[in-house]
Design a binder for this molecule. Structure first.
Ligand code: 5GP
Length: 353
C-alpha cells in the first residue's frame, strides 16, 4: 500500500484569480473553440459543451434545442433510442450536433453496424462522431474493444472514449486511436461509485493531469461530471478541458423527455437518475444484474422549464470568467488562469441558490 501525499483538487477547492483585463464587456469574448482531431482529421467548431449520454439529458429534444441555440453545443445521444428513431433523426438533422453513444455490449455494436449501412450514413448525413462509454476505462479488454471499433468504422469518424482519470491511461487510449478521452470517475451528481467502491480522483486535478498527458500527444480531453454551477464549467475549461460534459446541470428541463409530476406541495418535479442506477437498469435491462451493484442513484428534481434559460446562464458565466481574467477567447483561458486554493468559495447564508 502507498499513500500519495500531494493534495488533489476538486472544483470547490479553488477560485480563479482575477487579472488586469482590457476587455470592456463579456460580449467581446468568444467562447467557441475550433479543433482538428488527431485521428479523424475532422474539424469541430462551437462551444465545447456536451450534454451527457444519459436518457434524461442526452435526448433528441436536447439536440433540437442546441441546434436552435446555434452556439455549436453538442449532445451525446443516449444509447437506448431504437435504430429507426435514430435514422429518422439523422435524416432530418444530420450528425453534426450529436455523438452516437455505445457501451460494451454486443447489441450496441450491432446497432452501430446497422446504422453505418443506413440511408443517412450513405447520404453524408450520418454519424461523424462516436462516444464509447464504460464505467471503468482501465480494463485491458477496453483497449482491445476500442481498437476493434476503430477498425469497424470509417477513419474519419471522431472517437471519444472513457472514463479514466490518470495520465498514463490517457496516453494509451490516444495511441489506441481515440481522439478525445473522457475524464472523470465518481464526480457525477447521481453517481455512487465513490460510495460503493471508494474509488475515484478529485475532478479538477484529474482534468489538469489528463489534459497535460493528452495535449502532449495531440489528443483532447472531455471533463465529465462534477460541474454543479457555471463557475465549475469555467474551472474545468481553465484546468485544460477541451470539452466539458454536463449531466445534472442540464437535467430537469422540457427537453429531458421525462414525465413531469406534480408533488404534494403543488410544485412540478422530474426524476433524474444515473445510467447504472436501479431505475435505469429496470427501464432498459429489466433489472439489476446480480453480480453488479447499482452505482447510480435516483433523485427528484424541480422542473426548470426550457433548457434555453439554463444555457444562457452557463454560457454567460463562462464568458464572464473570461472577462475577469482578460481572455478574449476561451482558448486563452487556461494560460490566463491562476487557481487560488480556498477553504470557502460560496457564501450560503441565504441558502445554496
Ligand atoms: P454530472 O454532470 O451530473 O455531475 O455528471 C454526469 C456524468 O455522470 C455522466 O456523463 C456520466 O459519466 C456519469 N454518470 C451518469 N450516470 C452514472 C451512474 O449511474 N453511475 C456512475 N458512476 N456515473 C454515472
Amino acid at each position: 500500500m502507498r499513500i500519495e501525499e500531494d493534495v488533489k483538487l476538486d472544483f470547490k477547492d479553488v477560485l480563479i484569480r482575477p487579472k488586469r483585463s482590457t476587455l470592456a464587456s463579456r460580449k467581446e469574448v468568444d467562447i467557441k473553440r475550433a479543433y482538428t482531431f488527431k485521428w479523424s482529421k475532422r474539424t469541430y467548431e462551437g462551444v465545447p459543451i456536451i450534454a451527457a449520454n444519459m436518457d434524461n439529458v442526452g435526448t433528441m429534444d436536447m439536440a433540437r434545442a442546441f441546434i436552435k441555440d446555434g452556439n455549436g453545443l453538442t449532445v451525446a445521444l443516449h444509447k437506448h433510442y431504437p435504430l429507426e428513431t435514430l435514422i429518422d433523426f439523422f435524416s432530418e438533422y444530420g450528425g453534426s450536433s450529436v455523438w452516437y453513444s455505445i457501451g460494451l455490449v454486443q447489441d450496441d455494436r450491432d446497432k452501430l453496424k446497422a446504422f453505418l449501412e443506413s440511408a443517412p450514413q450513405k447520404e453524408g448525413k450520418g454519424i461523424d462522431k462516436i462516444c464509447i462509454d464504460v464505467a471503468n476505462g482501465y480494463s485491458e479488454s477496453f483497449l482491445d474493444y476500442i481498437k476493434g471499433i476503430r477498425d469497424m468504422i470509417p477513419d474519419d469518424i471522431t472517437l471519444m472514449a472513457g472514463n479514466v482519470v490518470t495520465g498514463e491511461i490517457v496516453e494509451e487510449l490516444i495511441l489506441a486511436g481515440i481522439d478525445i478521452v473522457k475524464v472523470g470517475i465518481g464526480p457525477g451528481s447521481v453517481c455512487t461509485t465513490r460510495k460503493m467502491t471508494g474509488v475515484g480522483y478529485p475532478q479538477l486535478s484529474a482534468i489538469i493531469e489528463c489534459a497535460d498527458a493528452a495535449h502532449g500527444l495531440g489528443g483532447r480531453i472531455c471533463g465529465d461530471g462534477g460541474c454543479t454551477v457555471p463557475g465549475d464549467v469555467s474551472k474545468a475549461f481553465a484546468g485544460g478541458s477541451d470539452f466539458v460534459m454536463l449531466g445534472g446541470m442540464l437535467a430537469g428541463h422540457d427537453e429531458s423527455e421525462q414525465e413531469i409530476v406534480t408533488g404534494d406541495d403543488g410544485e412540478k418535479y422530474l426524476a433524474f437518475y444515473g445510467m447504472s442506477s436501479d431505475t435505469a437498469m429496470k427501464k432498459h435491462k429489466g433489472g439489476v444484474a446480480e453480480y453488479r451493484a447499482s452505482e447510480g442513484k435516483t433523485v427528484k428534481i424541480p422542473y426548470r422549464g426550457p433548457v434555453e434559460g439554463t444555457l444562457q446562464d452557463i454560457l454567460g458565466g463562462v464568458r464572464s470568467t473570461c472577462t475577469y481574467v482578460g481572455a478574449r477567447q476561451l482558448k486563452e483561458l487556461t494560460k490566463r488562469t491562476t487557481f487560488v486554493r480556498v477553504t470557502q468559495q460560496i457564501n450560503n447564508i441565504f441558502g445554496a441558490g
